[in-house]
Design a protein around this ligand. Sequence first.
Ligand SMILES: [Zn+2]
Length: 288
Amino acid sequence: MKSPGVIYVTACPVGCTTALTDTALQLREGLLRRCSSCGQLLSSASEARYSETMAQFDDSAFNVTIGGAQARRDAVARKRLTRIAALLGKIPRDIRLCDVGCSRGQFVAAAIAGGFSAEGVEPAPQIAQAARDAGLPVRTGLLEDQQYADASFDALTLFEVVEHLRSPLPLLAECRRVLKPGGILLISTGNAASWTAAAMGAHWDYFDMARDGGHVSFFNPRSMARLAANAGFSVERIDTARVKFHDRENTPRWRYAAGKLLAEALNLPARFAGRGHDMLAWLRKPAQ
Ligand SMILES: [Zn+2]
């Protein structure tokens, strides 16, 4: 299948100058390409396809979580907040945090509940409004639009943001500017070097733009470390977690069950090997 129109991502978003080469992974938008220097995988989606699939983020009903899913999300948020405080060596009350691309503000709410001084920035206007309607301090727009003073924040979080960007370096430069020296930047994204991605190939759901709008840039721990270095951050650690071999919807039940057992057995080794499909990069703005 050929991708009509201008290709959205034409160079390695990490900042490598080497050419992109085709992989054998055929997506609906065309072949995935790879940076031969850092291994970053890039979509061949056109600009039109990118814009079309990004539109889902401005539906005011997007990303509403309820019941058990919300409880799990809150537990994950608390764990991340605890580690942010530990890395900063501060108590929550003394930590000013901004969640960039905060969607409906669930992480902001969890941080406020945990005693942090927290706020959010969200480019999709309807979602940002929904967050404000829920009483959360969320601004509409890009971080770059907000004109925060230098060294405003102790911590910034970018959850599921960088995979949408053809050039994340300007955003990371702004993060560095508004962070205090020694401040923490936490980035979450998928891991294209995961066992899940290796097993599912082109069918990895993270590659599916119809499901995850605007996913065009797929990191691995090496390319993430290089992005951090190019943006002037030091790497505290890059963690990966979780393994999955099948989608429940498209797999016979016995096969799904067997795959799930194997995946669960591999959860721990995946963490040690850096092969889990959820990646968390803990970065720090150098003190000097
Ligand atoms: Zn690269």
